[in-house]
Design a protein around this ligand. Structure first.
Ligand code: SF4
Length: 454
């Protein structure tokens, strides 16, 4: 449970009002601290003990863990709510593809290639899987290390290293430590031996228990040893147990503020289901039930895309419509006599318009006006796509330097802005009524482009 401002203020020294923190009173500082707007170190009069207490109380209820490095890193955890309708989920789970060192060379290469190539452009974002999970099954340590080296050289993706053999696990970790791999599993049986080795080269640790309860002393032990990046596996043996365990962990962390379970989790549909379809269904359930990393034995475009779209839907903040940047976009290779269309910046509107233009094979400019992510008609009704504002945008976006003509196509649905827009553009542009729907662009644009050239 997050600490409140009134609880914080009781812990402050109450020098009145020294203002050294930049706030007029201790109370104002406390309220800002509780909402994350300032930091504990801004008050110079806190004892070390109070500082530690405050830092602990203000830490996110689910620890942020980063697997991988650079732009391919996957951040999981740091969530604040149990259900998305309460606020929003912030860190989408990493989707991992499992490769066993028992698989033959061709299969291994195929899987690495597949992971790199399976990418789906989707309304302005690129949907793809994120991680490789490398599993030591062969019993031949050299074979496992060769697999890790191969994956390390072939891709920049983050890795989950899976080995019951501690020597092999830490040797693999040392090969790819700069990519911040998750090492798994650390268990009750190997934790004492593992802690000094983990600390030699700190990377995230996957903790496996026989139950949720069994994880608690293990997380405490790692935390006492200064190991903070922990991912939990409660050892669920089937879908029912997995849902129960994920729910228990999430609620203990977020509702009770129970720190020993305040870490993201990992789920293994690859080990919980025997056939491919069931595995994807288990994975889909884990996506709904808050798993931080989900490992699949295999996938193709047909099974991966629905999972990626499901993840996108859950982790997209519904309060903020998906929007594209305000500017003019080139479709094809337009020249100074190419048509100019204007539309709003709701991502779906932009992609429908630009796809329809592209389908005509007529090179054109699509000017996208910032309307706070609203579709054209809604934006107009909300005053965000008025003639005045569209005119101001057209003048400043640079399109006037790109074309010699002055004919601007507006969506037919907002024909009523024509007069105001002409005035806003100082009567220098002729406003052309485009189709009411994007489906009409195919019939409209080629003929219009011909007139322009002629
Ligand atoms: Fe209070 Fe500390 Fe701010 Fe001074 S610096 S007003 S003691 S919170």
């Amino acid at each position: 449970m997050p600490i409140s401002g009134s609880e914080i203020v009781k812990m402050l020294p109450g020098k009145r009002p020294c203002k050294d923190c930049g706030f007029p009173t201790c109370f104002a500082f406390a309220m800002k601290l509780a909402s994350g707007g300032t930091t504990v170190d801004k008050c110079p009069y806190l004892s070390e003990e109070v500082k530690d207490k405050l830092l602990d109380a203000l830490a996110p209820p689910i620890k942020l863990v980063t697997v991988g490095s650079g732009e391919n890193s996957v951040k999981i955890g740091n969530e604040e709510v149990i259900y998305r309708h309460e606020k929003t989920f912030v860190h989408p789970p990493g989707i991992a593809l499992l490769i066993s060192d028992k698989e033959d060379k061709v299969k291994i290469e195929d899987k690495i290639k597949k992971l790199k190539e399976l990418q789906f452009p989707w309304v302005g974002v690129n949907l793809e899987a994120d991680l490789l999970a490398l599993n030591f099954e062969s019993g031949d340590k050299d074979k496992f290390l060769a697999l890790v080296k191969k994956a390390y050289d072939a891709t920049d993706l983050g890795m989950v290293l899976i080995s019951e053999d501690m020597d092999a696990l830490f040797a693999a970790r040392d090969i790819c430590a700069d990519k911040h791999p998750l090492i798994y599993p650390i268990t009750k049986e190997n934790i004492d031996e593992a802690i000094p080795k983990i600390k030699e080269n700190l990377t995230p640790v996957g903790l496996r228990g026989k139950s949720v309860e069994a994880l608690i002393p293990l997380t405490n032990k790692l935390k006492d040893a200064g190991i903070e990046e922990i991912v939990l596996d409660p050892g669920s043996k089937n879908l029912l147990e997995a849902i129960r365990d994920q729910t228990f962990i999430r609620k203990a962390a977020l509702k009770q503020g129970f720190k020993p379970l305040g870490y993201p989790t990992i789920g293994f549909p690859c080990f919980l289901a025997k056939d491919g379809l069931k595995e994807k269904l288990v994975g889909s359930a884990l996506l709904n039930k808050w798993a931080g990393i989900i490992v699949f034995s295999d996938f193709d475009q047909y099974s991966l895309l629905p999972l990626l779209v499901q993840r996108l839907n859950i982790y997209t903040d519904p309060r903020f419509p998906m929007a594209v940047e305000e500017k003019y976009y080139e479709v094809g290779e337009p020249d100074e006599y190419s048509p100019v269309l204007v539309t709003s910046n709701w991502a779906l509107t932009y992609f429908l318009v630009s796809s329809a233009v592209e389908a005509t094979k007529v090179p054109a400019y699509v000017c996208v006006k910032d309307a706070e992510g609203l579709g054209v008609l809604t934006a107009w009704a909300a005053g965000k796509f008025s003639g005045d504002s569209v005119g101001t945008f057209i003048k400043k976006c640079g399109i006037e330097d790109k074309v010699k003509h002055r004919k601007l196509i507006i969506p037919g649905k907002v024909a009523r802005i024509k007069g105001e827009l002409e005035d806003a553009l100082d009567l220098k542009w002729e406003i052309i009524m485009g189709p009411r729907e994007t489906t009409g662009i195919g019939a409209f644009l080629p003929g219009f482009a011909k007139q322009l050239k002629g």
